[in-house]
Design a protein around this ligand. Structure first.
Ligand code: AMP
Length: 214
């Protein structure tokens, strides 16, 4: 069965990690708009150069641009046959309504982690610049700052600076919390406690999703 899921959560809630696990569990492609934009930045395309300024300041890209990105991705065969696990989209009411205009969504899940916890996680977060594996200053790779998974360099994300973190969390409260409400109004939302070990959180997510869509 092709499942169509959206995962919401504050930056640092563990959305990226959990989306990858859920994507494997349900066999639905993981679509992370943040990853897609970072790839465009790394490739140095004209779109990437444009996106870089927004990303590094922690600001959201305009809805029209993001809708173009997502519409293009939805045209690929894997989405048509296997659904999607959306991570980082939608992030505004405009994006949420546009998404529901182009596709049905089975469920949106809000991965709930309080602001003080994500602040601490984001400032200590480190990521592999090559494969995206996530570490922290408290749980570094075995050999200092060489990725255990691929040998890439483990770095601090350009938008994990205090200024960008503040801007991103403000954008979440101002723009994304109302987007979550769009799904709640349509009885398409469940909330799951995101605190605890990643494996416990994914077990909780799977139970909540299976219960809601059965
Ligand atoms: P993320 O990795 O999901 O935290 O995304 C990193 C950055 O990419 C965000 O802070 C935004 O600048 C940009 N971005 C990703 N997804 C979106 C979106 N749906 N709408 C607007 N900007 C986005």
């Amino acid at each position: 069965m092709a499942i169509k899921l959206v995962l919401f959560g504050r930056q640092g809630a563990g959305k990226g990690t959990q989306s990858v696990l859920l994507s494997k569990h349900y066999g639905a492609p993981h679509i992370s708009t943040g990853d897609m934009l970072r790839e465009a930045v790394a490739e140095g395309t004209s779109f990437g150069i444009q996106a870089k300024t927004f990303i590094e300041s922690g600001a959201l890209l305009p809805d029209e641009i993001m809708l173009g990105v997502i519409t293009e991705r939805f045209g690929h065969d894997d989405v048509r046959s296997d659904g999607f696990m959306l991570d980082g989209f939608p992030r505004t009411v405009g994006q949420a309504e546009a998404l529901l205009g182009i596709t049905a969504v089975d469920l949106a899940v809000n991965l709930d982690v309080p602001q003080d916890v994500v602040l601490e996680r984001l400032s200590s977060r480190r990521v592999c610049g090559n494969c995206g594996a996530i570490y922290s200053t408290a749980v570094p790779p075995t050999v200092p700052w060489v990725c255990d998974v691929c040998g890439g360099e483990v770095i601090q994300r350009a938008d994990d600076t205090p200024e960008a973190i503040t801007a991103r969390l403000e954008a979440y409260e101002r723009d994304t919390v109302p987007a979550i409400a769009v799904f709640a109004e349509r009885a398409l939302l469940v909330s799951v406690d995101g605190l605890g070990r990643p494996e416990d959180v994914s077990a909780r997510l799977i139970v909540a999703i299976d219960t809601a869509i059965s």
